[in-house]
Ligand binder design. Structure first.
Ligand code: SF4
Ligand code: SF4
Length: 463
């Protein structure tokens, strides 16, 4: 679908939320606001709550940068598992495409952290400085003791929310209990302090000052979302055929005979918009799909005694009077691919080896030992990714008469890595070529199913 995205000069509209180059959003109650609060509450609970959970004797979700390990509940991921992290990002990106094709920018409007934190900051603004009209009045008023006090309260609240956000974020990388205790006793390290300060400032600036500018100018998703929409995507739309021509009228008046549509031109949809646009101008890149304008307009329609839905979720096809098609080949295709990706990822997680073996061969070619056998040296790097200590056995195969000179058993602790120097020797007459393939077998004693074979080379001379 070629989406026409008309861009309007908002400042020409005297009722726009954007006054003095600042958006003064009117708060509004309604069904979609409740959904947004639910989405935000879920994100908040997950974000602020998860960091305090424990699993065994450590933090349940913890990215240990010094040990290069990522713990998530009972699982530990290592740098070798980075491919799984990439897979998660790809699945999330694809899930976002799927959601966009289905229902436009629902992610942006309901659960994107930028939106959620902006709504919270707006709430703090309302609590300290009042609703839209009071804030506009306050902005225009000269600085007085009262204005200064309100401003101080607002920025203090913003900074407290930012600080809590930053401490929580840093707490995913440094133990949260230790971090909070060190912050309270002023014993926190310089690095942790820097990151707490950095993320406090980032949250304060993003949600307090930049707000919709992040969505409009910094987020790439808003730029390419229009290319993902099709005629059947659900987007928030003003029904111009029903609403136009717009104009004020008395409640109960026979407005149709005056040539008016259902839009009473009250501007409520504009005043509640966090990006300061007028949805009646058509689908716009600035629309983050928050549905605040639906709540506002539905309430106006209720008061006027008209049916709701002048602004609603609908598709371009449905707006033209044709059927609303949610299930369609493109959606099914996306759903199948998404399911396949998720299933593959789940299988990769479940079947990922808990014991890994890296083999480093000594750079020297070979030597003869006291028995006259040809000997090669290796360093075996054994990594135990499981949550239990593992005893292991090592074996070698590939050439007749192989002999492992070092201890063939050992133990590696949970989540630990050991480096084991070993020598392998073979009678010279057994070698069929100067370079042979050597197999190292590693098997857990506690869990014999946990076993693997890795190859290396054995070098020598042929007699
Ligand atoms: S809220 Fe509804 S009635 Fe009021 S201006 Fe917007 S579209 Fe028209
Ligand atoms: S136009 Fe409506 S849905 Fe879009 S950002 Fe503004 S209020 Fe939200």
């Amino acid at each position: 679908m070629s989406q026409n995205i008309p861009l309007r000069n908002i400042d020409t509209n005297p009722e726009s939320s954007r006054l003095m180059d600042k958006i003064h959003t009117r708060s509004f109650k309604g069904y979609f606001r409740r959904l947004r609060i639910l989405g935000g509450a879920l994100l908040f609970t997950l974000y602020f709550g998860t960091v305090w959970l424990t699993w065994g004797d450590r933090q349940a979700v913890f990215w240990d940068l010094s040990e290069k390990q990522f713990h998530i509940f009972g699982s530990t991921f290592w740098p070798q598992d980075l491919v799984l992290l990439s897979a998660i990002l790809i699945i999330c990106a694809f899930g976002l495409f799927f959601l966009t094709v289905l229902a436009g920018r629902v992610w942006c409007g309901y659960t994107c952290p930028q939106s959620v934190w902006t709504w919270i900051f707006m709430w703090a603004e309302k609590v300290t400085e009042g609703d839209r009209n009071q804030r506009i009045k306050l902005d225009r008023a000269p600085m007085t003791a009262g204005k200064f006090l309100k401003r101080t309260q607002k920025h203090t609240l913003w900074l407290l929310i930012s600080l809590a956000t930053a401490v929580t974020f840093v707490g995913y990388f440094t133990p949260i209990r230790e971090l909070v205790s060190n912050l309270v006793t002023l014993e926190v390290g310089k690095m942790a302090l820097f990151w707490v300060f950095f993320f406090t400032a980032a949250t304060y600036i993003n949600a307090g000052w930049l707000r919709e500018k992040v969505c409009l100018h910094m987020c790439p998703y808003g730029r390419f979302q229009s290319s993902m929409l099709d005629q059947d995507s659900l987007v928030i739309t003003y029904d111009a055929a029903r609403g136009e021509s717009r104009g004020p009228r008395k409640k109960g008046a026979d407005y149709k005979s005056d040539g008016l549509g259902d839009c009473i031109d009250c501007q409520m949809c504009v005043q509640v918009c966090p990006t300061g646009i007028d949805i009646r101008d058509g689908l716009q890149m600035e629309c983050i799909g928050c549905a605040a304008c639906i709540d506002a307009c539905d309430s106006v329609m209720d008061k006027m005694g008209y049916s709701t839905g002048l602004i609603r979720y609908t598709s371009e096809r449905a707006l033209e009077g044709r059927d609303l098609r949610i299930v369609r080949p493109r959606m099914l295709g996306y759903a199948v691919v998404l399911f396949a990706m998720f299933a593959t990822f789940s299988w990769a997680i479940v079947s990922r080896p808990m014991l890994t073996l890296d083999i480093e061969k000594d750079r020297g070619l070979f030597r003869y030992n006291a028995e006259g056998h040809i000997e090669n040296s290796y360093v075996l790097k054994i990594l135990n990714k499981s949550q239990q200590s593992q005893s292991y056995e090592i074996g070698v195969s590939g050439v007749d008469g192989l002999h492992l000179s070092s201890a063939a058993t050992g133990t590696v602790g949970a989540g630990e890595r050991v480096e084991l120097p070993v020598s392998v020797s073979v009678p010279p007459e057994s070698l069929g070529s100067e370079v042979s393939t050597l197999n190292f077998h590693l098997q857990s004693v506690e869990d014999p199913a946990m076993k693997l074979v890795e190859n290396s080379k054995f070098t020598g001379t042929i007699r």
